[in-house]
Write a protein that binds this ligand. Structure first.
Ligand SMILES: C[S@@+](CC[C@H](N)C(=O)[O-])C[C@H]1O[C@@H](n2cnc3c(N)ncnc32)[C@H](O)[C@@H]1O
Length: 193
């Protein structure tokens, strides 16, 4: 299963109508494969003739452009903890009641790829720390990570037993990976959602 299969799975499951992709890069890799009535994208580096693409940062998009509710948001912009926290916070504010946020790159396998400064071709950054921040501080969310495609974090309103361990160093992730990320496999989706 790839990230777009997972996004489409949620769209079909809940009959979602509105999708936002934060961080578009090449539309053919994900955006074009999403099957949803209304699709929007934002990326400061990507020029695109579609009227539903916004060439700006996600911060500016939420501040100046966005209007109304979103059913599903794919957070895949700048892979740096503080920015991902902002992207998730802004998304939660406009998320429909039964909406879903999917956060790419939550499950890095190598420390060098989890560095907030990009050093490698494959780069997850410290997105996992943003996920940990919400696992620790938000008992009113329901959070899992599907162990596919660099780790796809799933955030919805609900309840959770919060994570109480550390999340400062990469070794904290290695020691607490399963509990921190709440890892599940695609075959578990039906039983949680
Ligand atoms: C990993 S790529 C996105 C890949 C795409 N979502 C996919 O699944 O194929 C990350 C993109 O985020 C964009 N980006 C960087 N900073 C951003 C920001 N502040 N807001 C939105 N997008 C940003 C980059 O320009 C880059 O194109």
């Amino acid at each position: 299963m790839k990230r777009y299969d997972l996004i489409n799975w949620f769209i079909e499951r809940y009959d979602y109508k509105t999708y936002l992709e934060i961080g578009l890069d090449q539309p053919k890799n994900c955006f074009d494969r999403i099957e949803c009535v209304k699709k929007y994208s934002v990326d400061p580096k990507i020029q695109c003739s579609r009227s539903t693409h916004y060439q700006m940062t996600s911060d500016d998009y939420f501040k100046f452009v966005h209007d109304g509710k979103l059913d599903i948001v794919f957070v895949d912009g700048l892979h740096v903890c503080d920015q991902v926290i902002k992207d998730i916070t802004n998304s939660l504010q406009v998320l429909s009641e039964i909406g879903t946020i999917i956060v790419h790159d939550c499950n890095p396998q190598k420390e060098i790829e989890a560095n907030p400064q990009r050093q490698t071709g494959r780069w997850n950054g410290d997105v996992w720390k943003a996920f940990a921040f919400f696992r620790k501080n938000f008992p009113n969310l329901f959070m899992k990570t599907v162990n596919i495609d660099e780790g796809c974090g799933i955030i919805r309103y609900g309840t959770q037993k919060t994570y109480n361990g550390p999340y400062l160093e990469y070794s904290d992730l290695e020691t607490n990976r399963s509990e921190l990320l709440q890892l599940i496999s695609p075959k578990d989706l039906e039983c949680y959602y």
